[in-house]
Design a protein around this ligand. Structure first.
Ligand SMILES: [Zn+2]
Length: 430
């Protein structure tokens, strides 16, 4: 059996979602093309295959044991008849790969035996998270290895209606909630996600990330539509000469040249104010930035593409980063607990890229980012600025985009609500 075939064997299809197609990455024209169809998947899945590198024809696997509270790996191993010496040896061998002292209650482990009636396992598999597993193999000498699991991307579609919140509607349709972030990226220029209404409808073409048959997250959002009183808005992912982005039906970019805030889910704790009373200095000092309060360690993102010009420390600013975006605009982020990896003068950053983490270094009374917006060398209030729009798609790219757009919109419009398709199934006599 091929490697790909082995990987797919374990995938179990969730009935909640209508379409699953193995998806081969390629920009645009292939965004909507299907790799393998569902029948192929089914055929691959019917053979016995491997789990964690052990052939099910030759081994017996006791899957999905859970590490209990106050349970140690050594204890589990000795319960399976392993000697103290062997456990010590294993601990030593595993130290630099995955320390057996780091196992956690609630995580999964699997026992591999030669035969079902054997007491002693030939290997134990531990899963520190959904994305990888550790093999402790005792067959010859002790062998320990960390294996990254393969992520399988499958396209899915959904058509939902909002009754309470968008989150509830997605949950009802079995969609991983992380798709909300992508919907915001794709549609927030035309849809106000803070004021969704009962009866609003959405349709999505997106990718599910599968590991071992479980949905662990969402890959790309390929197309989305949202209908409310104001009509229907479309947005689709498209690869232009300048990179990937979401575009509306007219080919206008969904993103803004500048994000509104350098931290997600934050609140403004102090506005730009030329006559602010400074809490630490005890006198009126103009506040030339906007403060965003957020917990320690929250990711701080660059509000636009640019180049880092400064990543250093001063007594007032604490750890701060300054980014130059173009000939006019620069932004500055103060009081960071630390910089993100690789952030130093000369580094190119993309909009939304993490450049540091919220802290309270320098003259600061609590965890926040003081965000400073520079225009031609002067600090201004970014909330009052008329900021430039994102660059439009090059005119020469529009005809090809329109073809792609029509395909995406046609597919979106064909997506049936899952509730109806389920009802139809029930009605059909067996
Ligand atoms: Zn400030």
């Amino acid at each position: 059996m091929s490697k790909t075939a082995k990987r797919v064997v374990d995938i179990v299809l969730s009935l909640a979602i209508a379409t699953f197609i193995i998806y081969n990455y390629n920009p645009n024209s292939n965004l909507l093309s299907f790799g393998k169809d569902r029948q192929n998947l089914q055929a691959l899945r019917s053979s016995k295959g491997d789990v964690y590198g052990f052939s099910l024809d030759s081994f017996h696997v006791e899957k999905n044991n859970i590490i209990k509270k106050n349970e140690f790996f050594g204890g589990i191993l000795s319960a399976y008849g392993m000697t103290a010496n062997l456990i010590l040896l294993l601990e030593h061998e595993a130290k630099d790969i995955f320390n057996i002292r780091n196992i956690q209650a609630g995580k999964k482990y699997h026992i591999i035996k030669k035969n079902e009636c054997d007491d002693k396992p030939v290997a134990i598999i531990y899963e520190p998270d959904n994305y990888k597993y550790v093999v402790y193999d005792f067959r010859d000498s002790i062998n320990v290895k960390l294996v990254e699991k393969e992520i399988e991307l499958c396209q899915a579609t959904v058509h939902g209606v909002i009754e309470g919140t968008l989150w509830k509607a997605l949950e009802k349709e079995g969609v991983h909630p992380s798709v909300i972030d992508l919907m915001e990226d794709a549609l927030s220029s035309s849809v106000d996600f803070y004021h969704t209404q009962k009866g609003d409808e959405f349709r999505l073409i997106y990718e599910n990330k599968y590991i071992d048959g479980d949905i662990v997250g969402v890959g790309k959002l390929i197309g989305a539509s949202y209908s409310n009183d104001g009509g229907t808005s479309y947005s689709m992912l498209y690869n232009t000469k300048d990179g990937d982005g979401y575009f509306d039906a007219e080919g206008r970019p969904a993103k803004k040249a500048f994000l509104k805030a350098p931290v997600k889910f934050s609140r403004i704790s102090s506005n730009y104010n030329l006559r602010r009373f400074h809490p630490i200095k005890g006198k009126t000092v103009p506040h030339l930035g906007t403060d965003y309060a957020a917990p320690y360690g929250t990711e701080i993102r660059s509000v636009a593409d640019g180049v880092i010009t400064n990543a250093s420390y001063t007594g007032g600013n604490g750890n701060y980063v300054k980014v130059k975006h173009d000939g006019v605009y620069e932004t500055q982020y103060l009081h960071m607990s630390r910089f993100a990896k690789g952030i130093k003068p000369g580094t190119r950053v993309k909009q939304g890229q993490t450049i540091g983490y919220v802290g309270s270094t320098g003259l600061s009374t609590g965890p926040h980012v003081c965000f400073r917006f520079w225009k031609k060398g002067k600090q201004v209030n970014h909330l009052k600025e008329n900021l430039p729009a994102a660059l439009p798609m090059n005119m020469t790219e529009l005809p090809t985009f329109y073809k792609h757009r029509d395909q995406v919109i046609n597919r979106l419009n064909e997506i049936e609500p899952a509730a109806n398709s389920k009802a139809n199934k029930k009605v059909n006599p067996a």
